[in-house]
Design a protein around this ligand. Structure first.
Ligand code: 5GP
Ligand code: ZN
Length: 145
């Protein structure tokens, strides 16, 4: 597991590794992805080392989406459909996370070929299964909130 000192994104925040910064605040840093899926692909990260979202303090988390929104607007988002994009956030290797420091991807989707491709292997509707998982999640939330 990456420590604060070896984490590549912590080193980018500190300026030890160069990056094309597009936005910075006291809690957030945003920069261009080195291997973009499309032009403008940007990573928005907290200035706090946590591998996964559930490990990140809320005050850092709260600044990330407004920063991602600023970046989407800077990349060309408007009320119409001209500019389309995905926000992506992976937690864990199985979930396609490679760098273990929380990051949100802002990925423009200019056409079918560039940007994010998504697999969406949906299961058949099963209301008994939904009811059971609903009850399980509500019980767990009561314990954790
Ligand atoms: P993940 O799969 O963990 O959600 O995505 C990690 C992203 O970080 C990848 O899209 C990868 O291209 C990007 N990345 C990894 N190392 C560096 C780096 O040193 N600099 C920049 N700018 N991006 C990086
Ligand atoms: Zn880190």
């Amino acid at each position: 597991m990456a420590t604060l000192h070896s984490c590549i994104f912590c080193r980018i925040i500190k300026g030890e590794i160069p990056s094309y910064k597009v936005f910075e605040s006291s809690k957030v840093y945003a920069f261009l992805d080195i291997n973009p899926l499309s032009e403008g692909h940007t990573l928005v990260i907290p200035k706090y080392h946590a591998a996964k979202v559930h490990e990140l303090p809320d005050d850092y988390l709260a600044e990330i989406l407004p920063a991602a929104k600023k970046i989407a607007l800077a990349l060309g988002a408007t009320p119409d459909d001209t500019f389309q994009y995905n926000l992506l956030q992976n937690n864990g290797a199985l979930a396609h996370q490679v760098v273990p420091h929380v990051h949100f991807h802002v990925i423009p989707k200019p056409n079918e070929d560039e940007g994010l491709g998504v697999g969406w292997p949906q299961k058949e509707s099963n209301f008994d299964a939904l009811k059971a998982s609903h009850a399980k999640i509500l019980a767990s939330l009561e314990n954790k909130l």
